[in-house]
Design a protein around this ligand. Structure first.
Ligand code: NI
Length: 171
């Protein structure tokens, strides 16, 4: 397994629309394993392939407190979403140090393929529901800061560019 480089906002590659996975083969399983290692190392609850510059519909997540319940979603599709909405704070490994509130469906049902290529359905509530919607947005080329006001987004963009410059200078 290998840790992958995570793209940082405002990298334009984060706005690429991912294509469906044609077949769940060894290459995809290696990608899934590398994404899980990368997500756990970065202490994130979810990671979309878009964030590691692979533009195929693959998501990994683990919203358990014990960090031992990896979930793999290949070609995920939302098949139901609650009318009830909920406002919750979100962060993103591609937008480090930034947290803000986004309104999402309180619960969703998703259909996907697992690491073995088997179809399954999952109902997600709470943090898992937020995570599924956030990660599916990544596959559509959307970053959570796009739900915020233009003013906030501009501030975040400036902050991220400055942070990247400082890291380049220091590292
Ligand atoms: Ni994210």
């Amino acid at each position: 397994m290998a840790r992958l480089n995570i793209l940082r906002y405002p990298d334009p590659r984060l706005h690429t629309v991912a294509r469906p996975v044609a077949s769940v083969d060894e290459r995809i399983r290696r990608l899934v394993d590398d994404m899980l290692e990368t997500m756990y190392a970065a202490e994130g609850v979810g990671l979309a392939a878009t964030q590691v510059d692979v533009h195929e519909r693959v998501i990994v997540m683990d919203t358990s407190e014990t960090r031992d319940n990896p979930i793999v979603l290949i070609n995920p599709e939302l098949i139901w979403q609650s009318e009830e909405m909920r406002l919750a704070e979100e962060g993103c490994l591609s937008v480090p140090t930034i947290y803000d509130k986004v309104e999402r469906h309180a619960s969703v049902k998703v259909q996907a393929l697992d690491r073995e290529g088997q179809r399954f359905e999952m109902q997600a509530e709470g943090l898992a529901s937020v995570c599924v919607q956030h990660e599916i947005d990544h596959l559509r080329g959307k970053v959570f800061v796009e739900y915020l006001s233009a003013l906030k987004r501009d501030r975040i963009r400036t902050k991220m560019i400055k942070k990247a410059r400082e890291e380049q200078r220091d590292g």
